[in-house]
Design a protein around this ligand. Structure first.
Ligand code: OGA
Ligand code: MN
Length: 322
């Protein structure tokens, strides 16, 4: 639908919106990140994230510090302190930056067959961030610091789970509404799916899971959303086969071509913000993995909607130390 794609929304005063897909995802311009952002401008950015689910800013010139300062405007930040305490050193200067790179603490390229490399393979499946923790992630702000050469891969793909829900056949929508299913999310499960041999002897059921309703209202936009991810180990109250069947049906539908868009990282300074409570995403991978550094740093904003904790007990526990 090129008409829609080239037609920027008229109701923003400060930002220019270029749509990247007929139903979600947009590239925003007109923001100078080297200056303090006015409240009006921030409100427009937030409104765009709410509407599009995924927004891209090119060559922002953000630093670790200004990246975090910008992210804090969206809410309270998650941090990696529990992982550092448990013995995984952080390459990055701030504990509020999640290291999503393939770079080792000494600067060398991560071996994809190493423990962290194996765990990272889970990122290649469509997921939402932190649905396995007691408090899920709301927004993620991923900033590129160093990228592989063009043509070597490293893109990120997104899926529009609100529109995927809208398009479900009405009897399936009714089934979801009537049963109000709860899904159990486990990072151990998705890692095992992505790397079955390496994790052959690990049983996700030995670890805590995050419990969330499968069908939810995305409060910021008022639209319904399918809150699914590769992390879903099972749907409660269904026999394993039925659970798998329903999950596969919804997940395969949501990640089909109609609801997905691939975003290419063009230069260091590119920033992508997504709302984990109305989209999924995945790392596409590519030949760069063994050869070139891809230094990506993520600020993760705790969800502050009424569904932030799902059906979980409120605690500081974090799951999933590789
Ligand atoms: C993340 C993530 C994908 C990528 O940062 O949460 O899944 O392409 N990243 O690095
Ligand atoms: Mn992620």
């Amino acid at each position: 639908m090129p008409g829609i794609l080239s037609n920027p929304k008229a109701d923003f005063d400060h930002i220019i919106v270029k749509r990247l897909h007929p139903t979600f995802a947009a590239e925003l311009s007109g923001v100078d990140f080297s200056k303090p952002l006015s409240d009006d401008l921030f409100r427009e950015i937030l409104a765009a994230v709410t509407e599009y689910g995924v927004v891209v800013f090119r060559h922002t010139s953000l630093t670790d510090e200004s990246h975090l300062e910008f992210a804090r405007k969206f809410g309270e930040l998650d941090d990696v302190k529990p992982y550092v305490k448990a013995g995984r050193p952080n390459r990055l200067k701030y504990d509020e930056l999640f290291d999503v790179s393939n770079v080792e603490v000494d600067g060398t390229v991560l071996d994809p067959e190493s423990a962290r490399g194996q765990a990272n393979k889970g990122n290649h499946l469509f997921h939402v961030d932190s649905s396995f923790n007691p408090r899920r992630a709301g927004y993620s702000l991923l900033l590129a610091h160093e990228l592989p050469p063009p043509g070597m891969g490293g893109h990120t793909e997104f899926a529009d789970t609100r529109t995927a829900y809208d398009d479900l056949p009405s009897e399936l929508k009714e089934q979801l509404k009537t049963h109000n299913y709860i899904a159990a999310h486990s990072t151990h499960h998705s890692r095992k799916l992505a790397s079955p041999e390496y994790f052959a002897h690990m049983d996700p059921r030995d670890y805590p899971m995050g419990r969330h309703y499968l069908l939810q209202r995305h409060e910021a936009s008022g639209r319904m959303n399918l809150y699914i991810a590769s992390h879903v180990h099972h749907i409660e109250g269904l026999e394993p086969e039925k659970s798998q069947e329903l999950f596969d049906r919804l997940y395969d539908h949501a990640k089909s071509d109609k609801y997905t868009v691939e975003i290419e990282w063009v230069s260091a300074g590119d920033l992508v913000i997504w709302d984990n409570t109305c989209t999924m995403h995945r790392a596409v991978g590519g030949p760069f993995l063994r050869k070139y550094r891809r230094d990506m740093r993520r600020a993760t904003v705790h969800d502050s909607s009424s569904q932030a904790w799902g059906l979980n007990e409120h605690s500081d526990v974090r799951v999933g130390l590789p």
